[in-house]
Design a protein around this ligand. Structure first.
Ligand SMILES: NC(=O)c1ccc[n+]([C@@H]2O[C@H](COP(=O)([O-])OP(=O)(O)OC[C@H]3O[C@@H](n4cnc5c(N)ncnc54)[C@H](O)[C@@H]3O)[C@@H](O)[C@H]2O)c1
Length: 415
């Protein structure tokens, strides 16, 4: 079995190296030359423990980075799409990268061999059936006979990509023909993970079921924390910790989503909640709960900034602790920290210092317009600041109370 993976980001590189680790020959393709150059040197373009060593183990043995689409596609039985599906018009998923990768695959096909085109990128329910299948057919290919079309949503968490891929809880295959199902089951045969073959729409829907539930839990927790603040004299962190002691939660790690913070961020939850809400609205249903989940999340940075502004004067130096959207990751896409800092700057707070264990470089790259005085460690941000604000729950921030007597606003309820 040979496969090609388009898109070598968090999902694509993990998928490519994961299959390669199981002895499958994998070609990896990415349009970002800076990214492929780094990967070719055996380095990761982002922080992801475990994947770094696996890349070195498999690079140029079973995993090959290539620009030669024609050769990769010619050899492959399956083509995986792990390209970005960012916010598009009106909140819907932008499928431009996906179409472009599918198009270059099709232009590389010059024989009659049966191949499966598998979307691993997150795409709203009905996308494969109503958009990708017609797109492939318009190019003159017979879907189901000459080419199989499937989806295989990915549930990995950034910071745990490698383990989540290799030891996934479940594998979901959205399929519409038995030949594709048989090939994909063979591909996953080396993994001891339950495989569920479902319809194309169901496969896509399961991914959104997961992400919208997580977003709902987070927005519920955040709204409750704002309600508690509004009432006053409530120990928010303590109340949530006692809530988690309910036996019905069974000590499950899901409780980490039932906890207040600054709002969900990162690449997935914000765009995915918007994408399914907008898609379903365009089909005639206005989803009330999801609408409020999104609204609550959008308002969180403002609530957090207000909380800071109530306690800190504009001429003080604020020391921000944490820039990434969550601990254990250097991903700053849609991070609440950027929104909170922007709001503070707009409200006249000029002296802002910041420290993040690993995300400074990414933050500078994504938000070049945000002026910050970056610090290289906790000691220096403590020294520079008059007051400290925790915006990401990095483990090392737990010792903040022992390191300083300066006022701390713990927006992650972690101390
Ligand atoms: N990041 C996550 O935690 C996560 C988890 C599950 C699912 N997903 C979904 O997986 C998809 C990818 O997410 P990601 O975080 O890996 O994104 P990413 O931005 O890290 O990577 C996407 C890569 O695709 C490349 N690309 C774009 N167009 C291309 C093309 N035509 N040919 C080849 N490469 C191309 C980009 O250069 C980039 O390197 C998204 O749909 C996302 O919603 C992400």
């Amino acid at each position: 079995m040979v496969i090609t993976v388009f898109g070598l980001g968090f999902v694509g590189l993990t998928t490519a190296v994961g299959f390669a680790e199981k002895g499958i020959k994998v070609y990896g393709i990415d349009v970002n030359e800076e990214r492929t150059a780094v990967i070719r040197e055996g380095r990761l373009p982002f922080f992801e423990p475990g994947l770094d060593e696996a890349l070195v183990r498999n690079l140029n043995k079973t995993f090959f980075v290539t620009e030669n689409v024609m050769q990769a596609v010619a050899e492959s039985d399956c083509i995986y799409y792990c390209v970005g599906t960012p916010y598009g018009e009106g909140g819907q998923a932008d499928l431009t990268y996906l179409y472009s990768a599918v198009e270059s695959t099709l232009s590389g096909i010059q024989d009659e061999k049966f191949r499966v085109l598998v979307t691993k990128s997150t795409i709203p329910p009905s996308t494969t059936k109503e958009k990708i299948v017609p797109f492939v057919e318009e190019k003159g290919f017979q879907v189901g006979r000459q080419i199989g079309i499937a989806n295989n949503p990915e549930f990995l968490r950034e910071g745990y990509c490698w383990d989540d891929f290799m030891n996934a809880d479940r594998i979901v295959l959205g399929i519409s023909d038995s030949r594709s199902e048989e090939i994909l089951r063979r591909l996953y045969a080396g993994f001891d993970i339950p495989v569920f073959a479902v319809s194309l729409n169901t496969g896509e829907f399961i991914k959104y079921l997961s992400n919208t539930l997580l977003a709902t839990l987070i927005s519920y927790s955040n709204e409750m924390s704002v309600m508690a603040d509004t009432v006053g004299d409530i120990d928010v962190a303590g109340a949530f910790r006692i809530l988690h002691m309910d036996k019905r939660w069974g000590g499950c790690s899901m409780t980490s989503y039932v906890y207040p913070g600054c709002g969900y961020g990162g690449y997935c939850l914000p765009k995915d909640t918007n994408a399914i809400y907008s898609l379903v609205k365009s089909k005639g249903f206005d989803a009330g709960i999801l609408h409020n989940v999104i609204q609550t999340n959008e308002r969180m940075p403002e609530f957090i900034a207000e909380r800071i502004e109530k306690n800190i004067q504009p001429d003080s130096c604020i020391g921000i602790l944490g820039l990434s959207f969550k601990p254990g990751s250097d991903d700053v896409r849609d991070t609440p920290a950027a929104k909170v800092i922007r709001k503070l700057a707009a409200d006249g707070y000029r002296k802002i210092a910041a420290y993040d264990p690993i995300a400074e470089g990414e933050f500078k790259k994504y938000y070049p317009d945000i002026e910050l005085s970056y610090c290289t460690d906790m000691e220096s941000v403590i020294e520079k600041a008059d007051e400290l604000v925790i915006l990401t729950a990095w483990e090392e921030f737990k010792k903040l109370n022992e390191m300083t007597d300066k006022p701390i606003i713990d927006c992650r309820y972690m101390l």
